[in-house]
Design a protein around this ligand. Structure first.
Ligand code: NAX
Length: 323
């Protein structure tokens, strides 16, 4: 197998500390695919990244061919087949949401241009760093020579959280919960769709008849799960985020089972639901013949319609804020 070149930004951060080792061990692309890690950090964090590199070397992973580290995106993104944008500027004290969007906008303009110039022409990009939908929109717009269908933002952690919560409520394993779509923004307005979800092959609404719980505690629980983890751990989710990154890439790379779909935010151009066409919006998706496609024909009830319009509105506002 040919070596796959994988870029990871934010390499000295806490998500990367879990993610890098899982990629190098073969969990992302399988036991037969050698990998080369191209890791980007800001200059101030390069010494920390040097330490992470030493630990990667010390793990003696059989599949790991090469580790490049640096802070110049044009050098780091050279020839990469997959790019995972984990690094972003966190919200500082007194910083407004608009400031956060602007600061991150600048990062993703530069990284998009570099990617456009030096990455493989078929590179797939997944943005994790927040606000990930809008960061991904900026990234894609600044990489006009690359296929816009190859830009994604991560909502899989939200999906995994939703599956775990539904499983717990129904008294079964999360793996028995399928077709849980996340619509919209990776933010507190996201819409975890219980209407189309199934549990052990039955409609979730038949298994959990308590609709008030689904509309209230469940939706809010998924939306607020990240904040709750920060409250308890004093830091944001990291290992579960790394796990969701692995799930996202594996779902993009393998054909989706007939009885399931997955959530990822993608370009809304020509989407079948009438969502504004210039957003990176999370939809229920399936990989068919190697291509990520939005699941069509799902009917929204009044509850979903209202919530999905609200998350769309928020994404439009984020887009206006960075224009
Ligand atoms: P950390 O603060 O631990 O690490 C981020 C790293 O990114 C830092 O080492 C920083 O130096 C680096 N960085 C900043 N600007 C950079 C740039 N221009 N180029 C390269 N590296 C840069 O954060 P961590 O916990 O790892 O989280 C990373 C991002 O993921 C955050 O934006 C966070 O909000 C986001 N998350 C997104 C999730 C999702 O589901 N989409 C869930 C988890 C996480 O909250």
């Amino acid at each position: 197998m040919k070596t796959k070149r994988i870029a990871i930004t934010g390499g000295a951060g806490q998500i990367a500390y879990s993610l890098l080792f899982r990629i190098a061990s073969g969990e992302l692309l399988g036991d037969n695919t050698p990998v080369s890690l191209h890791i980007l950090e800001v200059p101030e964090a390069l010494s920390g990244l040097e330490g992470v590199k030493m630990e990667l070397v010390d793990s003696a992973f059989p599949l790991l061919q090469e580790i490049r580290i640096g802070s110049d995106p044009e050098k780091i993104f050279e020839g990469v087949d997959l790019a995972l944008f984990v690094g972003a500027k966190p919200r500082g004290p007194g910083m407004e949401r608009k400031d956060l969007l602007t600061e991150n906008g600048k990062i993703f303009i530069g990284q998009g241009k570099a990617l456009n110039k030096v990455a493989s022409r078929n590179v797939k990009s997944v943005v994790i760093g927040n606000p990930c939908n809008t960061n991904c929109l900026i990234l894609s717009q600044n990489a006009p020579d690359l296929n816009p269908k190859n830009f994604f933002a991560m909502t899989r952690l939200d999906e995994n959280r939703a599956k775990a919560m539904l499983g717990q409520k129904a008294g079964c394993h999360a793996a028995a919960v399928k077709k849980v779509g996340i619509w919209g923004n990776h933010s507190a307005t996201q819409v975890p769709d219980f209407v189309h979800a199934t549990i052990k092959g039955k409609k979730a609404l038949e298994v959990i008849s308590d609709r008030a719980w689904l509309e209230g505690e469940f939706v809010k629980g998924v939306q607020q799960r990240g904040a709750e983890i920060i409250r308890l751990r004093g830091k944001s989710s990291a290992a579960s985020a790394a796990s969701a990154i692995i799930d996202t890439v594996r779902s993009l790379e393998t054909e989706t089972e007939e009885d399931d779909w997955y959530s990822v935010a993608i370009s809304s151009k020509k989407n079948p639901y009438g969502i504004d066409e210039n957003l990176i919006f999370s939809f229920p998706c399936r990989t068919v013949h190697g291509e990520c496609k939005i699941v069509e024909g799902l009917n929204w009830d009044q509850f979903l319609e209202e919530k999905i319009r609200a998350t769309e509105k928020e994404l439009k506002e984020e887009r206006s804020a960075v224009v």
